[in-house]
Ligand binder design. Sequence first.
Ligand SMILES: [Zn+2]
Length: 446
Amino acid sequence: MLIHRAIKTLISKTGWYAYNTYRKGVHYHFKFSRAAALLDAPREVIEAFQAKRLEKLLQHAYQTTPYYRELFKTETPDISQIPPLEKQDIREQFERLCSTAFTAEQRIENATGGSTGTPLKFYQDRNYWNQRNLSVYYFDRWAGWNFGQPQLVIWGAPTDLENDGHWKHRVNNFWRNQYWLNGFHLTDKAMLAAFEQMDQHPPQTILAYPSSLYEFATFLSDNDLIPKWNLKGIISSAEMLHPHYRALVEIIFKARVYNRYGGREVGLIGMECAEGRMHINCRDLYLEIDSPDPYTAPGEILVTQLNNYAMPFIRYRIGDVGMLSDELCPCGNGLPILAELLGRTTATFRTRTGTLIHGGYFTRQFYGIKGVNQFQIIQETLKHCVLKVVVNTQWTEATRRSLVQCIQKALGGDVVVTVEFVDYIPVPASGKREYTISKVGADMGP
Ligand SMILES: [Zn+2]
């Protein structure tokens, strides 16, 4: 068993190096060491680096994007005077935000998904992805991950509910040494299979949506299944990590949970350290709080992505609320600290047969749908769901039919879906936007 495990780790480690060398060139290892050294450097060093990158980005944006050229009026604007970039601006000014220095082939299309509700398409470039991956590799090490080490991933499957077994996905899982449990479709059977598999081949870390992780921990606890995996750490990502999620998960898995904060639009924003503080990824971005005093009054988070030159996001209002801390962290890392974070929430839906569907499945259905500006899906009961939409002129009867079908496909064909047309969807006082709400508790199960 031990030999088998060591060989698998070695194969996977080789796979990671081959993949990274292929994607990033032969100097990959050097690049990673350099990125890590910068992220470990004293605060003044990283701030000087950040200021230089920021100046370069602003110049690039002014010179090559019509949107920013008109907005800045000068090549060296004061960043605090630039109006924040809203999601609505990205939709309406899409072409004018794209840099003329990039051809269509050099742009990589991406879109918000998972917990971010309002569908939004944008472009990123190859360098953005290279830098983003280096940061993920660096910060995941804080939670005990390393290349080739076995990992349990509880995440949405790449495409659809039924696509778990696609061969490409399997090959990827093999060389990455990852075992996937589909967070979009958590059945008792799949959770039991994952537990048994992990008991045979224990992972060293878990990477998961916190809501799915919580459901998995609850399932194990309810069924007296006790993981003895000797985990180094658990990475929680893509949505809010509630205190009660963390508490249960740390008890069940006997490992620390590290909160990783990010967004598809801008990459990894922050990562929690062993001392429980969330450090800001200043190598890749410049973060501001839209508040009169960001150290005492929480405000909306504005992110400037320093590496994406294909479509610069400058002071992008990501939709979360936070506050800064001026503390120097006892862990010794010099990156500044995000003291408080109030993010978006994603619900877990339950079907009549007891299957759990991650809210991200529903928000994903809104990809590329042009008729909807905002939406919220509320599971009222096991038999009734309400879809609230703010629509525009491109909404059609076919859009309605297709969305209702998607919801019924996941929750059951006999579930009644009521579509309500509204003028806007209010953000609760907490500042946490809710795209998916489920009023069906575990006690109302099958
Ligand atoms: Zn720290």
